[in-house]
Design a protein around this ligand. Structure first.
Ligand code: NAP
Length: 300
């Protein structure tokens, strides 16, 4: 069988594309190497997805998956792809699938600090998304790690409702925009620690402190903090892709406004593509847009 659309990755972007494809009468294959939901599964309470005052990522993922009644959903990892011809070939460990259009929706993972207790404390003080989790730290102390635009914007965002925000960066020069940095420096709630790196996360069931070390003097400093927002970049999941797909310096897939990559009939949606705002709603939006673009192309 040749599918109209083969989607790789079943996060909110991939599942929305599958839903819209299904409802458009397309034959849809959705390939997922692990379980549905992607990054949102690790969010214990999502409060910024419209329609729910609060819902766990796992519940939202299950609800999205349940809607996909007329697609082929397979748990399989794509290990090889041939995207050169008009019929694309996607090979998993067991079989090869054929499709007219391929949608890459494999997401991205925030870069981790690398501490042995980091995973355990994730959702218990440690977060990788200020927009998602910031509101839990109202009138509390939050610490942001990083010196890029994400870290700077996170610090400003958190300062709106946190009592105090610490911004910790490993160098004196910041990668983020000067104008944002000026706003940070003018904000009395934000305290900047440059030339410091985190060396220990303290807390058993809940994060309570982060230990910093000066990069030159090696002096240590302990910051009491309720929340730690790690903003040290993203790693798009693109390692399995063949050569020839255009990417940014950060490894994000570059698409046009129709979500198409530089390869004909090969699309990228959600966090794996270069975009400004990585949220569940924007991932869903990409999923709807891509199917609309494919439909318009077919109807031409
Ligand atoms: P980024 O620009 O790659 O910055 C990552 C920051 O984390 C850098 O300051 C880096 O330090 C630091 N870092 C990396 N590994 C670290 C580690 N192990 N320990 C401590 N610090 C570490 O990432 P980003 O801020 O997520 O931004 C990604 C892209 O999206 C950028 O192009 C950014 O401009 C863009 N973006 C744009 C906007 C906007 O325009 N509104 C908003 C957000 C993001 P060094 O500087 O020393 O390398």
């Amino acid at each position: 069988m040749i599918y109209d659309v083969a989607i790789i990755g079943s996060g909110p972007a991939g599942m929305t594309a599958a839903l819209y494809g299904m409802r458009a009468g397309m034959s849809v294959l959705l390939l997922e190497k692990a379980f549905p939901g992607g990054q949102m599964v690790s969010s214990h309470n999502i409060e910024n997805y419209p329609g729910f005052h609060g819902i766990s990522g796992a519940e939202l993922a299950q609800a999205m998956k349940k809607q996909l009644t007329e697609i082929d959903y397979k748990t399989a990892e794509v290990v090889q792809m041939d995207l050169s011809g008009s019929i694309k070939l996607l090979t998993t460990k067991k079989e090869t699938f054929q499709a007219k259009n391929v949608i890459i929706a494999t997401g991205a993972n925030p870069r981790k600090l690398g501490f042995s207790n980091e995973e355990k404390l994730t959702g218990r003080g440690v977060s990788y998304c200020a927009t998602c989790d910031g509101a839990f730290y109202r009138n509390k102390t939050a610490t942001v790690i990083g010196g890029g635009n994400t870290a700077l914007e996170d610090a400003l965002y958190l300062a709106k409702f946190c009592e105090q925000v610490n911004l910790v960066h490993r160098r004196t020069a910041f990668r983020g925009d000067q104008s944002t940095l000026n706003q940070i420096r003018a904000n009395e709630k934000i305290k900047i620690y440059t030339e410091y790196i985190p060396v220990e996360l303290v807390g058993e069931e809940q994060l309570s402190e982060v230990v910093l070390e000066h990069t030159e003097t090696k002096d240590r400093l302990t910051l009491k903090t309720d929340g730690l927002f790690v903003a040290i970049g993203y790693q798009p999941n693109v390692s399995f892709l063949p050569e020839g797909i255009l990417k940014s310096d950060f490894g994000e897939i570059i698409t046009d406004k129709n979500m198409m990559t530089n390869l004909e009939d090969v699309y990228a949606i959600g966090d794996v593509r270069r975009k400004e705002l990585r949220q569940i709603v924007t991932a869903c939006s990409d999923g709807a847009e891509v199917i609309s673009a494919i439909q318009r192309k077919v109807n031409l």
